[in-house]
Unconditional design. Structure first.
Lengths: 269, 290
């Protein structure tokens, strides 16, 4: 037994209460003046529903792209560690560290109608900036490190004995992949997907510059909150924020379960 | 699968020359895989980085210098440095405290406390900013109380510091909790058994062994704090020269069509966070051997 439990716990809980619980509590309390029917009407107005659909859709597509790209990146980085590959490895962390506003204006300019990539695409009739594709692009950029950094250590410690055992018993390479390798890495991919999804669902700064922000078309959930706030519609902003908060909390619980399952799979292997 | 099967599999690898050939065939495809991944990362991540420098220097160095000598930009840089410094100190201290509390003691509700600490990671920054505004704005009881005592929080640098602390709250704590949890309690219990005080145990046993995790968390926290945008933009009120941080100033300049100015500030921020990322990967590479 280490003494000082009461003091340490008290101090920790005080800080957590001041920084996280009190502000979130204030957000919930803002809605006490509004009836349940009024809450539903404003939280799920047609404009808000379109934003939920867009935010979820774009985040899911972006995270799925990140899983595919992240798998390839992680496998190559694991097979070839060190040397010049360290540069590529560091590059993976850049989207995480790069300020959202910097990411936002950079992608909007690069893929915009006059940008290096955007101008070339425009010649071929493809528009990315100010369309849902631009939102997916920005979200995929932001989510990539979460997938790579989750999958990488699992692939690095993948035991090869099972695959070799299966091969020695006559299993075809595809069977080995399907029955042995995939079940071993699937929990990590799922966790990486969930982490990227959780991050991208609420992403704001990196998206708004490239999104176009057309109500009902390219307006993401955080932008609805900002728009309502600018119109002094505090309860309307808080209602959408509460839905977003509930989703965040559910994502956190899901990630916790997935992460535990990932560790169990690793320990079992 | 039993240990025996595993050993059989290893023997099989040694016995079958075909496996070595298969491994070789794999590595023949690797240059293509490396080239593909390098191309992907180069196009997707490096190209945007390069374009920041290109856009900033499009009209030469003069407008860049002008951007940095603008009093509003200087004020924004000052506020960003201040908010980041306070945030790193507060969240660093909390991270060490939370690491100690959550891994060295047993108490009911640990996972709930951990979930609340991690919540800012998945909350949208805009939701965080709104929560702080509704909590500390002059319309709320708490904000009114502070206003009566002469302290305004919303639309002031205090609000910006609070928003930055909220958004980067878990970064140090996650690292310390993971590492201190792995390290267990044995050494602390031994130190206490030999007559050390709790404070000595923490300072001489726990803290030195956690310093890599703390440093790693501080670097992450620092990078995210420098760039925080969504939460800060809601609570800042965007008063030029007073409550504008560097990311808010970038947003302002970009919307004013001052692309060179926006990208000059972006380039400076990008250089700082990339330097922090490099320090982190160098530390990681150094730490790995032990």
């Amino acid at each position: 037994m280490i003494p000082g439990r009461g003091l340490a716990l008290g101090m920790t809980m005080t800080v957590v209460a001041i920084v996280v619980v009190v502000p979130l509590g204030a957000l919930v309390l803002t809605l006490r003046g509004i009836t349940p029917a009024g809450f539903l009407a404003t939280a799920f107005s047609p404009e808000a529903l379109a934003a939920y659909r867009l935010s979820f859709g774009a985040a899911i597509v972006a995270s799925a792209i990140d899983v595919l790209a992240g798998a390839a990146i992680a496998i190559v980085l694991v097979r070839h560690p060190g040397g010049a590959m360290r540069g590529l490895d560091t590059l993976v962390d850049v989207p995480f560290a790069l300020p959202p506003a910097v990411t936002g204006i950079t992608l909007a300019t690069l893929y915009g109608p006059h940008g290096w990539v955007g101008a070339w695409l425009a010649q071929h009739g493809i528009a990315i900036a100010y369309t849902p594709a631009g939102i997916v692009l920005a979200l995929a950029f932001v989510g990539l490190p979460f997938v790579v950094r989750t999958v990488q250590p699992v692939i690095a410690t993948l035991p090869e004995e099972y695959a070799l055992a299966a091969a020695s018993l006559g299993a075809a390479p595809f069977t080995i992949l399907r029955r042995i390798t995939l079940p071993l890495v699937a929990p990590a991919f799922l966790t990486g997907f969930a982490l990227a999804l959780a991050r991208t669902l609420g992403e704001y700064g990196s998206v708004i510059f490239i999104a176009g922000n057309m109500p009902g078309k390219t307006e993401i959930v955080p932008l609805i909150i900002v728009t309502r706030l600018e119109q002094y519609d505090f309860s309307g902003a808080a209602a959408v924020a509460l839905v977003s908060l509930a989703v965040s909390f559910l994502m956190l619980l899901t990630i916790d379960v997935l992460q535990r399952r990932m560790l169990d799979a690793r320990n079992a292997a | 699968m039993t240990a025996l099967d595993v050993r059989d599999a290893r023997d099989a690898r040694a016995l079958h020359p075909g496996d070595a050939a298969r491994a070789k065939r794999w590595s023949a495809a690797d240059p293509f895989a490396i080239a593909g991944v390098a191309l992907l990362l180069g196009f997707f991540i490096l190209l945007p980085l390069v374009s920041i420098g290109f856009e900033a220097l499009r009209a030469g160095w003069a407008p860049v210098v002008a951007t940095f000598s603008d009093p509003n930009a200087r004020a924004a840089i000052g506020l960003t440095v201040l908010a980041t410094a306070v945030t790193v100190v507060v969240n660093g201290a909390f991270g060490v405290l939370a690491g100690w509390t959550l891994t060295k003691y047993r108490f009911p509700g640990t996972s709930l406390l951990l979930a609340i600490i991690n919540l800012p990671l998945t909350i949208s920054p805009v939701v965080a900013g709104l929560a702080l505004l509704l909590c500390f704005g002059t319309r709320s009881p708490l904000g009114a109380w502070f206003a009566a005592h002469g302290v305004q929080i919303a639309f002031t640098p205090i609000g910006i510091v609070l928003a930055t602390i909220f958004v980067t709250f878990p970064y140090v704590a996650r690292e310390t909790i993971a590492l201190m949890g792995e390290q267990g309690r044995d050494l602390e219990e031994a130190a206490l058994g030999l007559g050390a005080s709790v404070w000595q145990t923490f300072a001489l046993v726990t803290f030195p062994r956690a310093r890599w995790a703390i440093l790693n968390g501080l670097l992450l926290c620092n990078a995210r704090a420098l760039g925080e945008f969504g939460a800060v933009s809601v609570i800042s009120g965007n008063i030029q020269g007073l409550t504008d941080t560097v990311p808010l100033q970038i947003d302002f300049l970009y919307n004013e069509d001052n692309l060179v100015g926006a990208f000059a500030l972006s380039g400076a921020l990008a250089l700082v966070v990339i330097a922090l990322t490099l320090v982190r990967s160098i530390l990681e590479a150094r730490r790995r051997p032990d």
